[in-house]
Design a protein around this ligand. Structure first.
Ligand code: SF4
Length: 215
């Protein structure tokens, strides 16, 4: 493991077991990996070459080069970040909603198993909620929080300002580095979605990785 990517010490093995148990109680399968390479290998093995895969916009997934690897071996991949124009972005977002698998990051997950997301247009959370038969959420330990309140705080004040900047938008939080619940036309926060569980026990998997990634 790259030591620069390690987080603080509160996420000990016993905490991992608690988080995975809390996810299981919500019909979500939790998996623990020591690094993103191991998580990627598991993903590549879980998905067959004949299945289609939608990809949520995520720094974590970009760093893993998942779209590239899946496409290279022959999977049909719907990744809007590879589109050449707005029409293609829209088409890829819609196709991803009915893909066999959807792979995405998330903005925070609390120890009691709440998965907290903030979306701009909502395509990512839409696919997480319904559509694809299987969903894999990949998350570095930097996004695990002790409580739901901390997860929401993280999403609003850490992830969203950075995502706004990454998207080339300029709401007030980009300079202030905290959320002021702006009404800016450049607001990136339109859909705060908390996933509390799954109806279908086999549908959603959360891959928790013992490295930092994304924001
Ligand atoms: S609501 Fe506005 S200020 Fe708050 S994080 Fe979103 S874009 Fe930034």
């Amino acid at each position: 493991m790259n030591n620069d990517m390690k987080r603080g010490t509160w996420m000990e093995k016993e905490n991992v077991d608690v988080l995975i148990k809390n996810l299981a109680d919500r019909n979500i399968e939790g998996y623990w990996f020591e690094d993103f390479a191991a998580a990627k290998t598991k993903i590549m093995n879980m998905i067959s070459v004949s299945e289609s895969v939608g990809i949520g916009n995520s720094i974590t997934l970009k760093n893993m080069e998942l779209s590239f690897e899946l496409s290279k071996r022959g999977n049909l991949v719907f990744d809007k970040t590879l589109a050449k124009n707005k029409e293609e972005i829209r088409a890829l977002k819609r196709k991803a909603l009915l893909s066999d698998w959807y792979i995405t990051g998330t903005n925070a997950i609390s120890m009691d198993g709440h998965i907290v997301n903030m979306d701009h247009s909502g395509n990512r959370v839409a696919a997480m909620l319904y559509g694809p038969n299987h969903v894999i959420v990949v998350i570095g330990i930097n996004k695990v929080t002790k409580t739901l309140d901390e997860a929401i705080y993280r999403v609003r004040n850490i992830a969203s300002p950075k995502n706004a900047k990454r998207a080339g938008m300029n709401p007030p939080c980009v300079d202030l580095e905290q959320c002021v619940d702006c009404k800016s036309p450049e607001r990136v926060c339109n859909n705060l979605v908390i996933i509390e569980g799954q109806n279908d026990k086999k549908r959603m998997k959360v891959f928790i990785v013992n490295e930092n990634n994304g924001f």
